[in-house]
Design a protein around this ligand. Structure first.
Ligand SMILES: Cc1cc2nc3c(=O)[nH]c(=O)nc-3n(C[C@H](O)[C@H](O)[C@H](O)COP(=O)(O)OP(=O)(O)OC[C@H]3O[C@@H](n4cnc5c(N)ncnc54)[C@H](O)[C@@H]3O)c2cc1C
Length: 409
């Protein structure tokens, strides 16, 4: 394909990875980012073998994995110690693992690479509200000033779950906020007690708490750990008005492993609240505009896949642009190629989330009696590990993994 003039909106995971792939293919890329001085903020996330394979293609995997904590298992149990989930990457392949990571590490690695990539122009501090089009191409319209940027041959929308740029598509779509979200805190784990596994405790469907080893973070040399605690968004005010010490005491009874984390939390303000969105649309291309990452398919982080899916989106779009002649055909091929993987993860996330976060209490009983048993069946177990690794395309179907995670020392 001829070199294109490409605009990317948003320099998060999908935007930065796309900018790097496409500039390296010889396209002229301009990235428009709302934040004037983007910083490596956020909670712990899980990087999966799929995400690592994309970072490997970008030459960034070693620096990212070096600041994360390798994870071999995912374990969930009830406060009485009954196993609800017990999954090991090794059940799929010995060399697979996940990485607990501060979101800022992924951001920083991608953003620094974008800053020094010769074919990329970064335009920071531009809040893009709308898209416009004339015979010369696409324009981006800034919110406050109504300034127009462009024309561009192609616009890649990567501005996250709350994107207002989806309004420019006539496609049918669902965009809704989940009733549930999560409180989270990232604190030092000076004694490096939290290693090797994501550990969750569930009680009914209204209490879910997790401890995610989070690696070294963007700077520094002290290991970090993230605490997550599930909460309905409409109960946030009640939580903030409640007795914080009583909340800590209850969590400590349900999940004694939180003790070193809770000792570092003193007020409600030490926890931040994140909401989740559910976005469903297809196709993800409309004319010469294409939607990637959370702007296209945000989902609850129950399966810990959002950033990994955004990375796979970026790699797939680049592959479609490089191997298809016409731009329209390449964009439609992108939507067709991503449909099975994304559709399956959205389906399973929507199906699974109420078992862990909802007011449907009986689902908790079903989960506690069946999930642990199901995990023991080798065939179900390997399907669940494929799902956790980001590799599932549906029962017994797998996404090809183009490179394996780096060997660990
Ligand atoms: C509590 C929680 C836990 C999570 N855990 C995991 C996990 O374990 N594993 C995982 O893979 N994912 C996880 N995720 C999801 C993951 O963080 C997202 O899926 C991922 O960051 C999406 O990347 P993105 O590039 O689409 O959007 P983002 O990373 O949100 O980037 C969007 C970018 O667009 C910019 N922007 C926004 N609006 C505009 C505008 N109008 N104009 C210009 N720029 C704009 C933003 O400033 C930002 O830089 C979690 C999410 C939450 C909330």
């Amino acid at each position: 394909m001829q070199p294109l003039d490409i605009a990317i909106v948003g320099t998060g995971t999908a935007g930065s990875a796309s900018a790097l792939f496409l500039a390296r293919q010889g396209h002229r890329v301009t990235v428009y980012e709302k934040v004037m001085d983007p910083r490596p903020v956020g909670a712990g996330i899980m990087l999966q073998p799929t995400g690592m394979a994309v970072l490997s293609a970008l030459g960034l995997v070693n620096e990212v994995v070096a600041r994360g904590e390798p994870l071999r298992h995912l374990v969930a149990e009830t406060p009485s110690g009954r196993r609800v989930l017990d999954l090991a990457y090794a059940d799929l392949a010995q060399d697979l693992y996940g990485v607990g990571l501060h979101r800022g590490v992924l951001f920083q690695s991608l953003f620094r690479a974008v800053q020094t990539e010769p074919g990329v122009t970064l335009k920071l501090g531009h809040d893009i509200e709308d898209l416009a089009r004339d015979e010369r191409g696409h324009f981006l319209v800034e919110r406050e000033t109504k300034r127009r940027f462009g024309p561009h041959d192609l616009v890649i929308v990567c501005n996250g779950a709350r994107s207002s740029l989806r309004d420019d598509t006539a496609h049918e779509k669902i965009v809704r906020r989940y009733p549930w979200g999560a409180l989270w805190a990232v604190v030092p784990d000076v004694e490096h007690r939290f290693t090797g596994r994501l550990f969750q405790v569930v009680k009914g469907t209204r209490m879910l708490s997790g401890l995610l080893p989070t690696g070294l973070g963007p700077d520094g040399s002290t290991p970090l750990v993230s605490l997550f605690f599930s909460l309905r968004a409409d109960r946030l005010d009640a939580f903030k008005a409640s007795d914080f010490e009583a909340w800590k005491a209850q969590l400590l009874r349900d999940m004694p492993a939180t003790e070193p984390v809770l000792a570092q939390l003193h007020t409600h303000d030490d926890l931040l609240f994140s909401e989740y969105h559910d976005v469903v649309m297809w196709p993800w291309n409309v004319g010469r505009v294409v939607y990637l990452g959370d702007s296209a398919h945000a989902m609850s982080p129950q399966l810990g896949q959002g950033a990994n899916l955004a990375l796979v989106d970026a790699a797939t779009l680049a592959e479609c642009l490089s191997s298809t002649d016409g731009l329209d055909d390449a964009l439609f091929r992108y939507s067709r190629t991503r449909r099975a993987h994304l559709g399956w993860y959205q389906f399973v996330t929507r199906w699974l989330t109420p078992f862990f976060q909802s007011d449907l209490t009986p689902l908790g009983l079903v989960r506690d009696s069946l999930f642990g048993l199901a995990c023991k069946l080798p065939i179900v177990r390997s399907e669940m590990v494929a799902m956790m690794s980001g590799l599932s395309l549906g029962p017994f179907r797998r996404l090809p993994l183009h490179s394996r995670p780096p060997r660990l020392p």
